[in-house]
Design a binder for this molecule. Structure first.
Ligand SMILES: [Zn+2]
Length: 256
């Protein structure tokens, strides 16, 4: 099986003790490529270190995560923007709007998101979008900056039927599906198949959102197989078909 994990934070310290084993298990599970979104200025060095260690498997993105946006965000964005001159990144990410935990910096989150969306256009790169309790705001920013000039992934999709339909109305965007699909309360399984398979990619969001039967433990790329099992059920196709199609979608989007 050929799997691509389009969203994973396995460069974080949760993996310091056993990253070699984590990569080995991923390889044994068929995971051949892992896309790594950045979080903030502090995470850059770890991100680069892992990509340098596994250059044919790990591919970095660069961006400022919405929960890390505060009043000082312009200074941080300048530091991140300078990174693009230093090495190759497959996307701008992880960026977006998160109004679930805290709305203090809502306006700054929107500004930072739109600035980084403009980077995508300037650098001709896709985007990895984090939208939590914020689909209307995210859609508005995409349209404002230029939906037809942007391409990318709505990472960790688990929205309503209406949100699904609206995400699909952005023609160059895919949906990232992770371990949440294995949870009992994942109602989006009922209508996910409205999205054609060519709009779906796999992701873990490791170390978070661990699929059943490992829910509550640390997530890792090898667990993608549980997401594949559920997607095969939803679409009524084989696990091989899900793996092959989603890997193709991911490689086209990120040019990896
Ligand atoms: Zn993430």
């Amino acid at each position: 099986m050929y799997l691509v994990d389009t969203h994973s934070h396995i460069y974080s310290e949760e993996f310091d003790a056993d990253i070699q084993e984590v990569m080995q298990r991923a390889s044994e599970a068929g995971v051949q490529k892992i896309c790594l979104p950045n979080i903030d200025v502090a995470s850059i060095e770890r991100l680069h270190r892992l990509c340098d260690r596994f250059p044919s498997i790990c591919f970095p993105m660069m961006g400022l995560h919405p929960t890390e946006v505060d009043a000082d965000y312009p200074r941080h964005l300048a530091l991140l923007r300078a990174q693009f001159a230093q090495r190759k990144y497959i996307a701008v990410g992880e960026i977006g709007i998160d109004l679930y935990w805290d709305t203090t910096y809502q306006q700054q989150q929107i500004e930072a998101f739109e600035t980084q969306l403009q980077w995508c256009i300037d650098l001709n790169l896709p985007v990895s979008i984090h939208a939590r309790n914020a689909f209307p705001q995210v859609f508005e920013s995409l349209r404002k900056v230029g939906a037809n000039k942007l391409r990318g992934i709505f990472h960790s999709f688990g929205g309503t039927r209406e949100e699904l339909e609206e995400t699909l109305s952005f023609p160059h965007f895919l949906l990232g599906i992770n371990g949440v699909i294995t949870y009992k309360k994942a109602n989006f399984k009922d209508y996910l198949a409205l999205a054609p398979i060519n709009r779906i990619v796999l992701e873990t969001d490791a170390p978070y959102l661990t699929p059943v039967p490992f829910r509550g433990k640390r997530n890792e790329s090898a667990y993608l197989k549980y997401v594949v099992q559920h997607l095969a059920e939803v679409y009524g196709v084989s696990e091989e078909t899900i793996a092959e199609e989603t890997a193709k979608n991911a490689c086209q989007m990120f040019e990896i």
